[in-house]
Design a protein around this ligand. Structure first.
Ligand SMILES: C[S@@+](CC[C@H](N)C(=O)[O-])C[C@H]1O[C@@H](n2cnc3c(N)ncnc32)[C@H](O)[C@@H]1O
Length: 371
């Protein structure tokens, strides 16, 4: 049964909660800039791709933001959707009520999310805990799903990366830019499994004709893994850990057993997954401007604010490192990371990365398959 599927346990490393120095709230302006850059496409999605029947025939229009974290970014994303919907609703006789589901892992700081909800909101808000790699909502209950900067997180790191007897053993590394093909194959296989589960679950939850916006960081089509900027950035963090292992601050074995469950997919890989799933049509697929921290990178001109960049990375990853190595190493690790980023800032020019915007529409013709 669907509700049982959603109980399946997945690794969960939510962004740092609260409003401290390294909190997501204070270190996610980069993700906010991506949401801002997608605003016009969200509007186009609703104006051009949302059918009048979906719009005008439901008394309650239900929106979900998956991997919402703690705000405020999710509130801006929701506001962009609602603004576009409200203008489109002029085509209908009456405006429905809106319900917005904020969804993330149960360990997410939902208290902060709820206490900072916009006061003047014109929708009913609810929180939905759980992994988006399983079912989260009843069948055919959602009209619009939004998911920004979240599906790069896998449900977990592939197990063979930690298996000494496997050709995919990822010794002394925490990601794959400098690894062999076997390691990359293991990451890819995990991604394929996860994205299929994600699409399968959403195909059941979204009404036929309903829309889903996916925004994700990844790599341009055809990029070799050694050129992947998202992975190069993570590899530098791994090299800091290996420096600490050489100094005896952490054990090398501990480094060997950590692999960050993030995969930088290409737009083509997402397209193939959607086509393989068969329940959605791809309505829009475009690149968004590439942001490092909150600066657009174009023509190799951007200068990185190293401190801000490291805080941004720390807000996203410290939960995972704390869980694996304990809290005491965090300051040393991220200080050493700042130095590494400064020394290697050329990777932001040489590495390849892309932010993708994809609009999917739940197909009408396969509706019977979902039930
Ligand atoms: C980088 S944050 C993005 C937050 C927000 N969407 C934004 O754009 O600012 C990624 C979020 O995805 C969530 N996430 C990652 N994997 C998830 C999963 N399997 N199920 C639900 N949420 C997940 C994390 O907990 C985190 O809050």
């Amino acid at each position: 049964m669907a509700a049982e599927q959603s109980m399946e346990l997945h690794e969960a490393y939510p962004m740092t909660g609260g409003d401290g120095l390294y909190s997501y709230v204070n270190n996610s302006s980069g993700q906010k800039a991506v949401i801002d850059s997608a605003k016009e496409l969200v509007k186009r999605a609703i104006v051009e791709k949302l059918d009048k029947e979906i719009l005008c025939s439901f008394k309650t229009f239900r929106i979900a933001d998956l991997g919402c974290s703690v705000g405020p970014n999710t509130y801006f994303a929701v506001q962009n959707i609602l603004e576009a919907l409200e203008s489109k609703y002029q085509q209908c006789h009456q405006i429905p009520e809106f319900q917005v589901f904020y969804s993330d892992h149960s360990a997410n700081d939902f208290n902060l999310l709820f206490t900072s909800l916009p006061q003047n909101r014109n929708y009913y808000a609810a929180g939905v805990p759980g992994s988006f790699y399983g079912r989260l909502f009843p069948e055919a209950s959602l009209h619009f799903v939004h998911c920004s900067y979240a599906i790069q997180w896998l449900s977990g790191a592939p197990k063979e990366l930690m298996d000494k007897s496997s050709p995919a053993w990822n010794k002394s590394r925490i990601h794959y830019a400098n690894s062999g093909d076997e390691v990359v194959r293991a990451y890819k296989a995990q991604y394929h499994k996860d994205i299929e589960q994600f699409l399968q679950a959403r195909a059941q939850e979204i009404v036929c004709g309903g829309l889903m916006v996916l925004i994700f960081p990844g790599v341009p089509n055809g990029t070799h893994h050694s050129q992947s900027l998202p992975s190069m950035i993570l590899e530098l963090l791994g090299s800091c850990l290996m420096d600490m292992a050489r100094k005896g601050i952490v054990s090398e074995e501990k480094v060997d057993t950590l692999n960050i469950p993030i995969y930088g997919m290409s737009p083509q890989e997402l397209k193939e997954a959607v086509e393989g799933n068969g329940r959605f049509s791809i309505e829009i697929m475009e690149d968004l401007p590439l942001m490092i921290h909150d600066h657009a990178v174009s023509g190799g001109q951007s200068k990185i604010d190293t401190q801000a960049f490291v805080c941004h990375m720390r807000a996203g990853l410290e939960g995972l490192f704390k869980n694996h190595f304990g809290e005491r190493i965090l300051d040393v690790l991220f200080e050493s990371y700042r130095n590494k980023i400064e020394e290697n800032s050329s990777i932001f020019m040489s590495g390849k990365a892309v932010n993708s915007f994809v609009l999917l529409k739940r197909k009408l013709s396969t509706s019977k398959l979902a039930s």
